[in-house]
Design a binder for this molecule. Structure first.
Ligand code: SF4
Ligand code: SF4
Length: 84
C-alpha cells in the first residue's frame, strides 16, 4: 500500500521534510513518492504525514486513485453538481 502525488501538486515542499522514510523524491520541482520506501507512515505516525501537511486537495492519492484529502476536506467547500 502506497500513495502517489498527482499533477495537482503545487511543489510547496511541505511534505518532503515530514516523511519519516525519505520516500518523497523531488526532481526539477516535480514531487513523487518512491513506492519502495513509502509505508504510509506505519510504525511512525497514525496518519500519513505528507497527507497531513499537504495544502492541496487531490494532490495525494491512494492506490485506488482516491484523493487522501478529498474535495472539500481542506477548504470546507463541498463540491456541487453542475447545474446543467
Ligand atoms: S505516507 Fe508517510 S511514508 Fe509515505 S510518502 Fe507520505 S510521509 Fe512518506
Ligand atoms: S505537500 Fe502536497 S502540494 Fe506540497 S509538494 Fe507535497 S504533494 Fe505537492
Amino acid at each position: 500500500m502506497t500513495l502517489s502525488i498527482t499533477e495537482e501538486c503545487i511543489s510547496c515542499w511541505a511534505c518532503e521534510p515530514v516523511c519519516p522514510n525519505g520516500a518523497i523524491v523531488v526532481k526539477k520541482e516535480v514531487f513523487r513518492i518512491n513506492n519502495n520506501l513509502c509505508t504510509q507512515c506505519e510504525g511512525h505516525e497514525e496518519r500519513p504525514q505528507c497527507v497531513e501537511v499537504c495544502p492541496v486537495e487531490g494532490a495525494i492519492i491512494n492506490m485506488q486513485g482516491v484523493a487522501m484529502n478529498p474535495p472539500g476536506s481542506l477548504t470546507g467547500i463541498q463540491p456541487t453538481a453542475h447545474p446543467c
